[in-house]
Design a protein around this ligand. Sequence first.
Ligand code: GLU
Length: 407
Amino acid sequence: MPADVFTDEALPRLEAAAQHAKAKPDTIERLRHAEKFVEVSIPVTMDDGSLKVFTGYRCRYSTARGPAKGGIRYHPQVNPGEVRALAFWMTFKCATVGIPFGGGKGGVIVDPRQLSKQELEALSRAYVRALAELMGPEIDVPAPDVYTNATIMGWMSSEYDTIRRGLHPGFITGKPVAKGGSLGRDDATARGGFACLSQLQHKRNWNPKDITIAIQGFGNAGQHFARLADEAGYKVVAVSDSRGGIYDPDGLDVRAAIEAKETTGKLPKQGKPIDNEQLLALDVDVLVPAALENAVTKDNVDAVKARVLIELANGPLTKDADEVLAKSETLVVPDILANAGGVTVSYFEWTQNRSGDSWKLQTVYDRLNEVMAQSFNDVYDLAQAKGLPMRTACYVHALNRLADAME
Ligand code: GLU
């Protein structure tokens, strides 16, 4: 685990892009620093009557292109460097896909699986009370991230409304549809990543049934990506969660795997069991890291055999691993593009909340696909034209947009 994800893994990406972008040195210097970073203590009365104080964070990295935007993560390993890095990545993600948001992120150090539903609700509401003065529809708009979901967004929305004495659905996105959420937000991250896969299919003349895919991480993004790929005829040969994975070279029964995960919380017995390291090293066409940061490091990158990597997680490759792959034949579709579908539909949700409109599911899909196809091709063409890896091209593209706003 690197000492600080922000300085070790996030900032170097800005420095690498700076040499190729039109941004002035002052702009780059501004972007090396978050606008605001806040730590709060969050007291919660537990079910047994005892008091537990949790630590929470919110980082408003940039508002140069619009209100800060980004999820709230509940995880035992949340730390200030990670929150800052994630907020930095949100800034570049929103600029990549051209939605009018800056970047932010929040987190709480907690294992939510250890809390009862009541405790989880109390924690979520208390997080909003601790930070309400810094967040809002026109300044910083939170959303779900790792181990947070629509129900938690609903509680947070309700708490914000109580504090503000009014209804402000645009305060937070990823809400339940009945509470002002958008149709299509639940699988938006996966759908955006899948749109990248579809663009590659056209460019490389793929026949989906010949293309093998391995997915590391079987949470929201990983499961939906597996489903979409399976429905489109791709061969999903391996999936894994934090406990390990399953592998069948002839293709898994994806539907059964999702159902087992939903009902038992575990992957079913299918094909043969593999661990996460074996999954990352499989000889597949497409590898999809969809779990946490730093899945592929300098220690295991040489084992990666996939021809294409689609980063559905945030920061799944360390800088060192990335440098190795950049010199290889492997094409890496970077996180700030590949997983931008989630925040894009968050933008649609925020837009609907502010206009009072509600879009049909197909409208959400069509607009999302339009944004993703355009962004993918902008980045792909820039990478080709400048002879850059897709990640650097993506940062250059985003940086040019940030510079336009800042200068
Ligand atoms: N947490 C998601 C991400 O990392 C979504 C953020 C959002 O919808 O604001 O992109």
